[in-house]
Design a protein around this ligand. Structure first.
Ligand code: ZN
Length: 136
């Protein structure tokens, strides 16, 4: 099977590959992602969880999403790079951070979500659909 995405953390201790196409690519501007990423938004790629193969030790931090589901953000415990996401809302879904790709130019954002908490200094592409919170 072809490999669609490869990537890893800054120090190289964690690597991943994904052999499926993206389900979605979206910029999330929620406060939790801002805090977790240290940046105005997180560029996230949704993929089928079974298609993601991870090597190396990943640590997950759990938080409650607006929906009440648990969102787990995975990072490299050595260098702290944010890499993965998973949610109890959809256990067959995995998320990878676009900036952790070996070739981040593969990222093609389709929408901006949680723009209700977007920062005024965060310039968004006006051509992309915008959602105050999650898309309906
Ligand atoms: Zn690392």
């Amino acid at each position: 099977m072809a490999t669609n995405f490869t990537g890893g953390c800054m120090c190289g201790a964690v690597r991943y590959e994904c052999n499926a196409n993206a389900i979605f690519m979206r910029n999330c501007h929620c406060r939790d992602f801002q805090k977790a990423s240290g940046s105005p938004y997180e560029a996230a790629i949704g993929i089928p969880a079974p298609a993601l193969k991870i090597t190396g030790n990943v640590k997950y931090h759990d938080s409650k999403a607006d929906s009440g589901n648990t969102l787990s953000r995975g990072f490299c415990p050595e260098c702290g790079s944010r890499l993965f996401g998973k949610t109890t809302a959809a256990t067959d879904l995995a998320m990878i951070t676009a900036a952790s790709l070996d070739d981040p130019s593969l990222y093609r954002p389709q929408m901006d979500i949680y723009i209700s908490s977007a920062q005024p200094w965060d310039h968004m592409n006006p051509a992309l659909p915008k959602f105050a919170k999650m898309p309906l």
